[in-house]
Design a binder for this molecule. Sequence first.
Ligand SMILES: Nc1nc2c(c(=O)[nH]1)N[C@@H](CN(C=O)c1ccc(C(=O)N[C@@H](CCC(=O)O)C(=O)O)cc1)CN2
Length: 284
Amino acid sequence: MTAQIIDGKALAEELRQSFKARVEALAAKGHRPGLVVILVGEDPASEVYVRNKVNGCLAIGMHSEKITYDAAVDQTTVLKKIAELNADPNIHGILVQLPLPKHFDEEAVLEAIAAEKDVDGFHAENVGALAQGNPRFIPCTPYGVMKMFEKGNVDLTGQEAVVIGRSNIVGKPMALLLINAGATVTVCNSRTKDLLAHTRRADILVAAVGKPRFVTADMVKPGAVVIDVGINRLPDGKLCGDVDFDGCKEVAGQITPVPGGVGPMTITMLLANTIEAAERKAGL
Ligand SMILES: Nc1nc2c(c(=O)[nH]1)N[C@@H](CN(C=O)c1ccc(C(=O)N[C@@H](CCC(=O)O)C(=O)O)cc1)CN2
């Protein structure tokens, strides 16, 4: 039997519609949620994501603006802008699109964002809160994955979860969320010894390794929930995930596609975090 496909695009749309009432309630009290997205450089994929973030906000009645800098801009200029935005009462969320050009100290930039406006959840204070099981802002991609589990009635308690990938954006926060949800979590990477032995016993398998079709059908336990966080652009311009979807869907119980799986949920959870930031500031 082929796996049930978890439709991230449909869930993202459903959630976005549900956000509209919260945005209007805030706006009626003079607190229209506002997000600023900072983009440094001309990476074409980042330009698309940033545009989708800004448009996603506007579509549900939020305020949003993009600030762009040439790739050669110095870090001080960006830090100065972040300081201004930290002090702006109409801006509830600030996000710096990653990756940054090589001459930037990424950590210093992310730490410069006020923790209460860090809607990406990358500030050390927010990472610490998540690690302690008391999250303030959950990084958007793993947050989206958790919403998918919720929607699919996936009970994580006591389940064997394997995360392939250990990035700060996805792998690490994903592992923390799964731990907090009561799963038994193993974090692997592409060089893990006997990776197959780990993945084959996973009830929940999250691929965030950044290698096209890295997870093949033989690595999947029959009936497992397979979440593909990969977004790889192939030489022919097509997009593909870290999972060999056609092969794995014959073994898995549930699986996310690429595109149309986790990706659309990432931006949706950014909207959720920004609304949450505005609600906190408004005392709601
Ligand atoms: N500051 C941040 N930078 C980056 C993040 C992040 O969460 N915060 N994540 C990624 C990129 N990303 C959001 O920024 C992102 C990636 C993919 C998608 C998405 O909707 N993908 C679609 C396909 C889109 C396409 O055609 O290219 C899908 O999977 O269906 C949204 C957001 C790195 N940087």
